[in-house]
Design a protein around this ligand. Sequence first.
Ligand code: PNS
Length: 164
Amino acid sequence: MANSGVAIYPGSFDPITNGHVDLVNRTLRVFEKVVVAIATNPDKDRSLFSVEERLQMIEEVFADTSGRVSAVSFQGLLVDYAERQGATVVIRGLRAISDFEYEFQMAMMNHRLKPKLETFFMMTGESEFYTSSRLVKEVVSLGGNVAGLVPDNVLKKLQDKFKV
Ligand code: PNS
């Protein structure tokens, strides 16, 4: 069966980890296109990487997917942006029980705002179960090694940021 449709994968991606990459690659088995969408809020942005840096890292990671993965940034409501992108499904990863409540609330709210837009959850791969952008940044900032948990280009950028 040919893949069809557009899925949107929203998040902060500060930075993208191998857990995110795994989810995008698995989504490509079902959908023709995946839009990796960085949500931005200029008023409360405490990100380590600028939006431009995050977009560039994502583009580099998916450079070999023949244009099936695009990296974008957006402001405002995800449901409105998803509609403008022609996406019918929102993808989110679930790592552990602790993710569930937050994800459930967002999915319910998005459903209320735009009932036609579905949220599909995927369990992250077992090696990414404990990986998060927040922990990766903390570990690198304290001199720890996160090789294998993030793509190589991201590892280099992290090392540059923290001068390790
Ligand atoms: O990676 P994150 O930070 O957990 O992702 C959260 C994200 C970006 C999916 C969420 O904050 C979001 O959708 N922001 C866009 C604004 C919006 O639509 N807010 C209402 C969500 S119910």
